[in-house]
Write a new protein. Structure first.
Length: 144
């Protein structure tokens, strides 16, 4: 008796699962952090790609590292790494794209409404000696 009542719901659920009904990929908002402090606003379940231009006189062997983030609000989905050619194009509004390795990209997914202060430091990796911060960035990300 209970099985007859639940059978339509079970069939509908299996039909949806079988047809590949999935959540859509999140919308990715690009934010260029070209000054020390910036603000970005995104919606819940959207992703934010943060582009970090390297200092003009940056020595070789330095990289952007995440110093702080509220992981309850933003989940890191891609660690800082040199940007691809397509990501570089988003930074430059000039005819010549930035040099390879001069822009870094990282991506976060918004988990719930709130605010996260994401801080970055442009440093020499710890395995190469003493860390020296050349530049910092702070992005106040507001999730609606």
């Amino acid at each position: 008796m209970i099985l007859q009542t639940l059978l339509p719901f079970i069939l509908a659920g299996s039909l949806l699962a079988g047809t590949g009904a999935r959540a859509a990929a999140p919308v990715v908002i690009t934010h260029v952090a070209d000054v020390t402090k910036t603000i970005a606003t995104i919606r819940y379940s959207e992703a934010i790609r943060i582009l970090l231009p390297a200092p003009a006189d940056a020595p070789a062997g330095h990289e952007w590292q995440i110093i702080s983030n509220d992981s309850r609000i933003l989940r890191l989905t891609r660690s800082p790494r040199p940007a691809t050619a397509a990501e570089n194009a988003a930074v430059s509004d000039q005819a010549t794209p930035p040099a390879p390795g001069s822009v870094w990209a990282t991506t976060f997914l918004a988990l719930r409404p709130g605010r996260s202060v994401v801080r970055f430091a442009f440093v020499r990796p710890a395995n190469q000696g003493v860390e020296t911060t050349l530049e910092t960035r702070e992005i106040n990300v507001h999730v609606r």
